[in-house]
Design a protein around this ligand. Structure first.
Ligand code: GLY
Ligand code: MN
Ligand code: MN
Length: 485
């Protein structure tokens, strides 16, 4: 199916875009006329605000207080073309979603400065398609092609914000004077309208502030993250149940099984699932997922459900495909588990953010010295970070709307900062022995282990949101046996 050729747009300046090679060369006047009428009024009058609305209002208030007197522009972003008239699945920018609770494409949030130093927020949204000019059935983004949208009045009820037609936004922004900042990277049209009014440095400050605004999650966000994790736990259980079948097929089967769980529950995944069997587990972001799954090897599954509110889990388990670790697999697995436990134990309010990383790396360095892979003392190993040949990556990161959340925060508030209640981070140490690593005995080669959990900083310590999945090697085996029975 492809959109058909359209008449000139009688209301707008632009003709509705015409498609080459459509089978209908034109729309007759009679057909155009008949399509305009005979449609019921479907306006929804009893909509309640989205759950996020009061939280988003507080976030906008914090944003307003940080940038008095300045116009702030936060686009949701546009569809990205895959080919011709097909697009990639849309996900709004994290900044826009956080500040509105909305998920629609092409939208723009504008905070207009007031004389008293505050701001008036307006959500510019793509309104319902016009019936008058035929766009609803003739334009590729018309509602009969892509689905019903909210009217602007409905948007106001849902978001608790005044809403305007986004097709006017670029012109309005272009015409206004005064200081303005935009979150870059999402909407080329909006950025073009503002190009002579903004600077890269000032826009980066806006993005940085919005990243830091997400460092501490409110109760509603913690609830959403818990839902994401709970669904992820069910996805991991699904994978274990099909591992016998997967043995006969491939990592693709694992990927599809996990994705099915996300879809069954109305969700998506927050990043490309890493379904790494055998030596693929030593590739940190193995998302090709096109290899075989063989009994006797390990499966490193790093996957996270993203709720329909766009909060994502990020969980890893490394599983013996046939249900039992070999001796060398268990030795490496147990070392990573001990490291992870040391990392989790270091997550508490008032601790330096780096503490959990340092604690986890220390255990891994000790093991590598103990196994004779590194010369001690451990202090020297840690000082020179020699363990990194096999640990490779940092031990965790902030989690939230983005899998690597708050990435634009200043170093002093993130990796050099202090943990506070409400922060959610992953703790995910690993050991990775590449197949071609001649510095380790052969039995280590091709083994990769990562264990990753999502940890909430609480008032007196932490809570493991992903505690629904076992972590100790013997508990993993018992859990797998129970699910396959
Ligand atoms: N799933 C990517 C990561 O663990 O950071
Ligand atoms: Mn992670
Ligand atoms: Mn992960």
């Amino acid at each position: 199916m492809a959109e058909e050729r359209a008449p000139e747009n009688p209301e707008g300046d632009e003709p509705i875009k015409k498609r080459k090679n459509g089978l209908y060369p034109a729309v007759s006047d009679e057909l155009a006329e008949v399509m305009k009428s005979g449609w019921a009024d479907t306006e929804l009058h009893d909509l309640q605000p989205v759950e996020q609305a009061p939280y988003a209002a507080k976030r906008r208030a914090a944003l307003s207080a940080r940038f008095p007197g300045e116009r702030l522009v936060i686009p949701a972003g546009n569809l990205k073309t895959r080919a011709n008239d097909t697009e990639y699945a849309f996900r709004p920018s994290t900044e826009y979603a956080h500040l509105t609770g909305d998920r629609t494409q092409d939208a723009v949030l504008v905070l207009e400065p007031r004389a008293d130093g505050g701001h008036d927020a307006t959500a510019y949204l793509l309104p319902r398609s016009s019936r008058e000019n035929g766009e609803f059935w003739l334009d590729g983004q018309g509602e009969l092609w892509t689905g019903r949208r909210n009217s602007l009045a409905e948007g106001e009820r849902l978001l608790g914000l005044p809403c305007r037609d986004v097709r006017k936004a670029a012109d309005e922004l272009r015409e206004k004077s005064g200081a303005v900042r935009v979150v870059r990277g999402h909407d080329a049209g909006v950025e073009a309208a503002l190009h002579d009014k903004v600077t890269a440095e000032r826009d980066a400050e806006l993005k940085e502030f919005l990243s830091e605004l997400r460092l501490v999650k409110d109760d509603w966000e913690v609830g959403e993250l818990q839902k994401a994790v709970d669904s992820t736990v069910r996805g991991f259980e699904d994978v274990v149940r099909v591992l016998d079948k997967a043995e006969a097929t491939s990592e693709r089967y694992i990927e599809g099984t996990f994705f099915l769980r996300a879809r069954i529950e109305g969700n998506d995944i927050g990043y490309g699932s890493i379904c790494a069997a055998g030596p693929h587990a030593t590739t940190l972001h193995w998302v090709r997922n096109d290899g075989p799954v063989r009994a006797g090897e390990l499966l490193l599954l790093d996957a996270g459900v993203e709720t329909h509110t766009l909060y994502t889990a990020d969980v890893t388990r490394t599983l013996p495909i046939n249900g039992r670790f070999t001796d060398i697999q268990r030795k490496i697995y147990d070392a990573v588990h001990e490291s992870q436990q040391a990392g989790i134990d270091a997550v508490k309010p008032g601790a330096a953010y780096r503490d959990f990383h340092d604690a986890a790396q220390r255990v891994l360095a000790e093991k590598l010295v103990e196994w004779g892979l590194l010369d001690g003392p451990v202090e020297r190993v840690l000082e020179l970070a020699l363990q990194r040949r096999w640990t490779l990556h940092g031990t965790g990161h902030m989690l939230g709307l983005d899998v690597h959340d708050c990435a634009a925060a200043r170093t002093e508030t993130y990796v050099d900062g202090t943990l506070e209640p409400g922060m959610v981070l992953t703790v995910e140490p690993g050991l990775y022995f590449q197949s071609d690593d001649l510095t380790v005995p052969e039995e280590y080669r091709g083994i990769g282990v990562r264990i990753e959990d999502d940890i909430l900083v609480t008032a007196d310590g932490n809570r493991n949101l992903s505690a629904g999945l076992p972590r100790r090697s013997e508990d993993i085996e018992a859990w797998m046996a129970g699910l396959k029975a």
